[in-house]
Design a protein around this ligand. Structure first.
Ligand SMILES: CC(C)(COP(=O)(O)OP(=O)(O)OC[C@H]1O[C@@H](n2cnc3c(N)ncnc32)[C@H](O)[C@@H]1OP(=O)(O)O)[C@@H](O)C(=O)NCCC(=O)NCCS
Length: 267
């Protein structure tokens, strides 16, 4: 494995390193998904509890996607009985409707004149990658390892924007998440959207989110997008709704091992 860059408190760095190493072992198995945070379970119709428990014990945390909302409480209770900490995100999904909405939105909405977008890539200075990760962390959004932020080790991209002082003011990202033989292979992760508090409300986040979505569709063949949103995160829900990424019958079931990581994994 090549050296990578990890972000956050020591427990988050260790978790990221364990996840990346585990992905080396499991990346050929279509039941598992990964976009740089946690190797997660993605096998709808199968009881996720034993899988997510084992993944959480191994990495410190784990997620099961496509869990029917009506099953969440039952699964969560079983995981809590095992001593794991439980969390959830509503699973928002957009398909062609999201591509259409993002294109229409970009047709009528522009970035403020002092703000310039850029994509992180192999040539981006390490300090710039660090600045984007710092903005994510300041907003409780868990960054992925540097190679993934740069779009190098998983197909995808991180787009951010800086102001006329060169300071990063917002970011959005999307990455392939599911295995090519998984029934949801076309559903890409989309999200990690943040705006610096003093620049909120200027639609910078929505424009970046739309640009990422359109580029993923047109350049990387993405045909569906998923993101996990908390039920009380009104700003994120408003932004997703504007771009056609909508609540679904499913949720993300999140389990973490309090002996390895503290607090919730991401916003
Ligand atoms: C989510 C976040 C990126 C939105 O940033 P923002 O600068 O307010 O977003 P935009 O200006 O692009 O707004 C997009 C739309 O959402 C709406 N919106 C924003 N906050 C809202 C709120 N609290 N309630 C209702 N609508 C809201 C805006 O009005 C706008 O719609 P409009 O164009 O019709 O006015 C920002 O609040 C943030 O960084 N939050 C912390 C990190 C986070 O939660 N990220 C998402 C993780 S899932």
């Amino acid at each position: 494995m090549t050296a990578d860059v990890y972000f956050g408190a020591p427990d988050r760095v260790a978790m990221s390193q364990r996840s990346q190493a585990l992905w080396q072992l499991l990346s050929d198995d279509p039941r598992f998904a990964y976009y740089g945070r946690l190797v997660s379970f993605s096998n709808p119709g199968v009881d996720p509890v034993p899988w997510i428990a084992a993944l959480a014990r191994t990495q410190g945390g784990a997620v099961a996607y496509f869990v029917p909302k009506e099953d969440m409480a039952r699964h969560g209770a079983r995981l809590a009985d095992m001593g794991l900490q439980i969390d959830r995100h509503e699973q928002f999904i957009g398909r062609a409707n999201a591509y259409d909405a993002a294109r229409s939105f970009l047709g009528v909405t522009k970035l403020p004149p002092d703000v310039t977008p850029f994509v992180l890539d192999a040539k981006s200075p390490a300090a710039l990658v660090q600045d984007v990760a710092a903005l994510q962390m300041a907003n409780e959004v868990l960054p992925v390892p540097g190679s993934i932020m740069r779009g190098l080790s998983i197909p995808g991209m991180t787009m951010a924007a800086r102001d006329s002082n060169g300071e990063v003011v917002a970011a959005a990202a999307s990455f392939r998440a599911h295995h090519a033989r998984n029934p949801n292979q076309d559903v890409h992760f989309w999200g990690m959207i943040v705006t610096r508090p003093d620049r909120r409300g200027e639609r910078i986040a929505a424009v970046l989110g739309a640009m990422v979505l359109v580029q993923m569709w047109e350049k990387l063949g993405a045909r569906a997008f998923m993101t996990g949103v908390r039920a009380d995160n009104r700003s994120s829900q408003a932004l997703c709704g504007k771009l056609g990424v909508l609540d679904s019958p499913w949720a993300y079931l999140v389990a973490s091992d309090p002996g390895q990581v503290s607090g919730r994994i991401t916003k």
